[in-house]
Structures are given as structure tokens and as C-alpha cells.
Design a protein around this ligand. Structure first.
Ligand code: ADP
Ligand code: MG
Ligand code: ZN
Length: 475
């Protein structure tokens, strides 16, 4: 039997507000443990939460960017459970009346485009962080993170493959980053994802039993965990065993998912409206004010790149995948207005460099201005495209401007016809045998002669001139 997967994702994104959601403690990452705390976020009895307006602003930004309907009135609820990282014994979250619902985004997979529904977006507070000491039988708790604002973005079960799940997450993260409301760092946990997955025979329209996967801290992990879990579920069904609705942990070392606990139900949490917080009322003016300040979003920017710069859709897709990368490209085009050439270099040498040096584009060792200088040197014939690669590598190691490198290393292209002719004559007299073979019809030796001439000029001869002069001399 053929099966298809049904996948729905729950994403938690940490918002980049200066302070926490219900108190004025700093929400900055990386401070000494328990220094960003106060009676409110430590859950002392009798304190009262006060909602941070900026959290609502940011959530509305995301809601608008993902085509959601914004509730004029929403509520906060208490989600009750016990865990040492949750001092109050409940998490303040939105439950029955979330701030945003019924949205969607588009993803691009295999040249096609799919619409993925967003069920809801709601605000909630983060819990603290437990630190387990491998050398002592104790765990420590850091409450700096309690009360840091999160939004949870729940998708409809519209995703069908692990690849689509990856594309959905990348698009969602790009939107958050374009909006500048979340840094999207999966390793540090500011962008987290739980994946719900079930399988069903192709052609049926009811859903199978789902499992919920946790502990994936990269896009690759999410895709790998889903691929594994889909296969596992198929086997369970084929073996006539029973699928259990449960939460499973992904183990990246062994590449399998392991049962963690039975799936909790909403009623286990005893949700009820938080009596300490008033209903949140958002008026039309507030929404419109935020709408008017939305930046250009990834899909629009991609379309503009194709339109305005005439680059292929694929290039535009890669270049707009992050806002800083798109900014880098545009800054470079401003200084060297040949978009396709710039795109080739950014998608090639620049991205490869960032990858090997494990850097973000903002940390690029070659600035857009410097890259433009290099491209101008090729364009004006000072260096060949091949030598440009050498200059680029030198720019990486020395940080010097391309022009200085070309002068210092004597890399200026040889465009002196006489000098080139001289080298060619030498090559031809050194290879008399090949010359007679060539004349006897073995014309593919032409490339061999070109290679020898380039070798003789240490790659500096103008390739076009070499071709022309060589052709003349051989004829
Ligand atoms: P819970 O908090 O119980 O996990 P949520 O409603 O927050 O419930 O999230 C449920 C997620 O699971 C959604 O993303 C939804 O699309 C997805 N989902 C629901 N049913 C299925 C199913 N049968 N197979 C796969 N995903 C599912
Ligand atoms: Mg869940
Ligand atoms: Zn506090």
C-alpha cells in the first residue's frame, strides 16, 4: 500500500523585545544566571503581571505578515503544570481566544508552490532553564528566561513531506527575521519546532494517529526526524501493531525517535482565564498603524529581484532567503550594476566562504563595496575572471583591497599583443609534433595550446586575445 504523510508544525519564536512579557526585567540572552529576575517572573505570591505592549505589537506584525485575522479581543489563560523551571506552577499563555487565527503562507518546493495554513498565533511566556551538572547529582535552575516573550505559531496539517516541512520552517524564519522580531537562532533555542506527524493510505481523507516529535534543533534534524518517523509509522501499520498517540524525542546521535511520554490532553492542564489579566482589546487603528510600517517581505522581495534585476527566479529565491543576504546583494549591485554577475559571485564565492568560515553575511570578510571593486577590475579588463578567483582568496586572507593585491602580486592581465604572440610562438616551436598533428586535422589540440600559453603567462594572458592570435598563427 502507498502511504502519504500528514504533518503539522508548532513553532515557538522568542521575540526580540528589550524586556519580558509581564515585568520590566531584561530579556537579553547570556547574562549571569538569575540576574534578570524580579518578584513577578519568579512567581512570588501576590504579584501582578502587566502586559508588555511591544509584545503585542510584534505579534500583530507576524499575524499580518502571515495573513491572519486579528482578534479584536483575546485572552490570557493559565496552563497549569508542575516543573522546576516554572516557579508559578502555571504558564501564562493564550488558549481559547488567541490573538490571531486563519492565516497562511506560501512555500516553494521542487519548482512548485504550496499554500500552508496557519491555524493560530498566540502569545505566551517562556519557562526557565534547567542546567544538569554531569559531575554532580544536582540540577541548577536559571530563571533569566522565565517570562521572556514567545509567540507560538501552529500550522494546519497541510504539510506532506519532510522537505515541505523544512521549506515551511525556513520561510517562517525568514519572515520573522525580515520583521526584525526574532533572531531565528535554532541552536540557541530562539526558534523551536515540535513536529506532529501521521501517515495514511494515499487517497483517504481521514487522519491517522499522530505522534509529536521534540528535540530537533536544526532544520536538518526536523527533516531527518520526520523521515525516520514516517517510515516507523508505516512499519507499525504494515505489521498490524497499534500506533500510540505519544510524544517522541529525536536522538540526533542514533538517528531514531524514542517514546518519551503519552500525549497529554488539553484538559490535563486545567486551562482557565487568568484573573490577573484583563482581556486584550486591539482596535483597528492599532492594527493599521502596524500594517503601515511592515517591511517588504521575502515573497515580494523575490518577485522584485526577478523584475527589477532580471535575475533568474532561482537566484532571487536564494538571495532573498535572508534579509541581510538580500541587503548585501543590493548593496553590491549599487556599486556594480550588473546583477547577474553580482548574483553569481554572491551565490558562489561569498556563500561558500561564509559556509567554510561559519560566518553570517553581516560578518562577511569581503564587503559588498570590495566585491564590487573586484568585479570592476574584471569588467575593465585589468584582470581575467580566472585571476579574480586568486585575488578573491587573497582578499580573504589579507583583507586588502583587490587593486592593491593585483599591483603587489603583479596580476595585471597581459593584453600586449606582441608579448602574447611571443609566448605563443615559443609554445608552438616547443610542440612541433602537436602542431603538425593539428594541421593534419586533430583540431581539438587547440585547447592544449591555449593551456600551454596560459601556463606560460601564469594565467595572466587575456584569454580572448590568446584565442585570436593562436588561431591566426596556426592558420
Ligand atoms: P497540541 O498542543 O495538543 O499538540 P495543537 O493544536 O497545539 O495541539 O497542535 C496540533 C498540531 O498537530 C497542529 O500543527 C496540527 O496541524 C497538527 N495535527 C493535528 N492532527 C494531526 C494529524 N493527525 N497528523 C499530523 N498532524 C496533526
Ligand atoms: Mg503540541
Ligand atoms: Zn521580572
Amino acid at each position: 500500500m502507498d502511504y502519504e504523510a500528514v504533518i503539522g508544525l508548532e513553532v515557538h519564536a522568542q521575540l526580540l523585545t528589550k524586556t519580558k512579557i509581564f515585568c520590566s526585567c531584561s530579556s537579553e540572552f547570556g547574562a549571569a544566571p538569575n540576574t534578570h529576575t524580579c518578584p513577578v517572573c519568579l512567581g512570588m505570591p501576590g504579584v501582578l503581571p502587566v502586559l508588555n505592549r511591544k509584545v503585542v505589537d510584534y505579534t500583530i506584525r507576524m499575524a499580518l505578515a502571515t495573513n491572519c485575522t486579528i482578534a479584536r479581543e483575546s485572552r490570557f489563560a493559565r496552563k497549569n503544570y508542575f516543573y522546576p523551571d516554572l516557579p508559578k506552577g502555571y504558564q501564562i499563555s493564550q488558549y481559547e481566544l488567541p490573538i490571531a487565527e486563519h492565516g497562511h503562507i506560501f512555500i516553494e518546493v521542487n519548482g512548485g508552490r504550496r499554500r500552508i495554513g496557519i491555524t493560530r498565533i498566540h502569545m505566551e511566556e517562556d519557562a526557565g532553564k534547567l542546567i544538569h551538572d554531569p559531575n554532580r547529582p544536582v540540577s541548577a535552575v536559571d530563571f533569566n528566561r522565565t517570562g521572556v516573550p514567545l509567540i507560538e505559531i501552529v500550522s494546519e496539517p497541510d504539510i506532506r513531506t519532510p522537505e515541505e516541512a523544512g521549506a515551511y520552517l525556513r520561510k517562517l524564519r525568514a519572515i520573522l527575521q525580515y520583521l526584525e522580531i526574532c533572531d531565528g537562532n535554532m541552536e540557541e533555542g530562539s526558534f523551536r519546532c515540535d513536529a506532529n506527524v501521521s501517515v495514511r493510505p494515499v487517497g483517504t481523507d481521514t487522519f491517522g494517529t499522530r505522534t509529536e516529535l521534540k528535540n530537533m534543533n536544526s532544520f536538518k534534524h526536523v527533516e531527518n526526524a520526520l523521515t525516520y518517523e514516517i517510515e516507523r509509522q508505516k512499519e507499525v501499520i504494515e505489521d498490524d501493531r497499534e500506533l500510540v498517540q505519544e510524544t517522541r524525542l529525536w536522538d540526533p546521535d542514533t538517528g531514531v525517535t524514542v517514546s518519551m511520554r503519552g500525549k497529554e490532553e488539553a484538559h490535563d492542564y486545567r486551562y482557565f482565564p487568568d484573573p490577573d489579566l484583563l482581556p486584550l482589546v486591539v482596535d483597528e487603528a492599532w492594527i493599521e498603524e502596524i500594517r503601515s510600517t511592515l517591511p517588504e517581505l521575502p515573497d515580494d522581495r523575490r518577485a522584485r529581484f526577478v523584475e527589477a534585476y532580471g535575475i533568474p527566479l532561482y537566484d532571487a529565491q536564494v538571495l532573498t532567503s535572508s534579509r541581510p543576504l538580500a541587503d548585501y546583494f543590493e548593496a553590491c549591485v549599487e556599486h556594480f550594476p550588473e546583477p547577474k554577475t553580482v548574483s553569481n559571485w554572491v551565490m558562489g564565492s561569498i556563500l561558500a566562504t561564509l559556509k567554510t568560515q561559519n560566518k553570517t553575511v553581516e560578518e562577511s570578510p569581503v564587503s559588498p563595496e570590495r566585491l564590487a571593486e573586484l568585479l570592476r577590475l574584471i569588467d575593465s579588463g585589468v584582470i581575467s575572471g580566472k585571476i579574480a578567483k586568486t585575488v578573491f582568496d587573497e582578499m580573504l586572507s589579507s583583507g586588502k583591497p583587490p587593486e592593491a593585491i593585483v599591483q603587489e602580486k603583479g596580476l595585471v592581465q597581459v593584453t600586449d599583443a606582441e608579448a602574447i604572440t611571443e609566448v605563443i610562438n615559443q609554445v608552438l616551436s616547443d610542440h612541433a609534433k602537436e602542431v603538425s598533428d593539428y594541421k593534419a586535422g586533430k583540431t581539438k589540440l587547440f585547447g592544449f595550446f591555449v593551456g600551454q600559453v596560459m601556463k606560460g603567462t601564469r594565467g595572466k594572458a587575456n584569454p580572448k586575445m590568446v584565442n585570436e592570435i593562436l588561431k591566426n598563427l596556426l592558420e
